[in-house]
Design a protein around this ligand. Structure first.
Ligand code: SF4
Ligand code: SF4
Ligand code: SF4
Length: 254
């Protein structure tokens, strides 16, 4: 059987999601006989421009990124947005809360004029995305599920219910019972409540559910006497509402 050619690419990100793949171990065996990895900067020096599936990590933050992701999209039959940076803008989205010139000067000082920048965008604001794997970093069992769906040409829908559902099934003691805020009630499931299982809170890295139960969340805060700004501060990392516009709008601005 002909193997499917898979290429990995990175844009603005920490590359932690690719590292997850490099450390996949036995999980990778599930798909290894069906794919040929033809480009993956973190683990191999060979590189081919001929691929079927592009797995793309990172967000779009420069004009050059826009050109590059469009080229990748033109070559790939299937494009998978891989990790929070790619699916929701991720941590890079915090940049959008400040004037771009201020950000450039802060980072590059006198050399700021040499570094073009645009507001952070998730991939689907610039090109068509076929599959999304949320998370910072990605949850590998979900990535394998998505990759298998992509190889078989069947859809994968990111769960649209809250992390609390998985957390309850895992029988964790709720963080609110300990007076600690957690973004589980408004965050998309699919990670099997990974952080809470390991003694941490949910920071909302998978993005918000489409219909967050705002009233339920407020009731929880009232019941545990937790100020609203504790939640708002935690939302800064991945989910602060941002002026995310489609690429057409950005091009008009330039
Ligand atoms: S989603 Fe998180 S772990 Fe993955 S590349 Fe972005 S910052 Fe790194
Ligand atoms: S709020 Fe957090 S700790 Fe509590 S059930 Fe939801 S995900 Fe679990
Ligand atoms: S528990 Fe929350 S922060 Fe942790 S991986 Fe899941 S969605 Fe992300």
């Amino acid at each position: 059987m002909k193997k499917v050619k898979v290429a990995f690419f990175d844009f603005t990100c920490c590359e932690g999601c690719q590292l997850q793949v490099a450390n996949m171990g036995e999980l990778l065996l599930d798909v290894l006989d069906k794919i040929d990895v033809v480009a993956f900067r973190e683990v191999m020096s060979e590189r081919s421009e001929d691929y079927d599936v592009a797995v793309v990590e990172g967000s779009i933050t420069t004009p050059h990124d826009v050109e590059r992701i469009r080229n990748i999209r033109a070559k790939a039959k299937v494009l998978i947005a891989y990790g929070s940076c790619a699916t929701i803008g991720g941590i890079n989205g915090m940049k959008n809360n400040f004037p771009l010139d201020d950000i450039r000067e802060y980072v590059y000082k006198d050399a700021a004029k040499y570094f073009e920048t645009i507001p952070t965008r998730p991939l689907h604001h610039v090109v068509k995305v076929d599959y999304s794997v949320n998370g910072c970093p990605v949850y590998l069992p979900e990535f394998v599920t998505v990759l298998k769906a992509a190889l078989s040409g069947i859809p994968y829908n990111v769960p649209d219910y809250s992390v609390c559902v998985e957390c309850k099934l895992n029988e964790n003691v709720c963080m609110y019972e300990r007076g600690i805020t957690c973004l589980g009630p408004i965050t998309r499931a699919g990670c099997n409540s990974w952080c809470v299982n390991n003694g941490n809170i949910c920071y909302g890295c998978r993005g918000m559910v489409s219909n967050p139960a705002e009233k339920g969340q407020k009731d929880v805060l009232e019941r545990y006497k937790i100020p609203l700004d504790w939640i708002e501060n935690k939302m800064n990392m991945y989910n602060k509402p941002r002026e995310l516009k489609e690429m057409d709008d950005i091009e008009q601005e330039r």
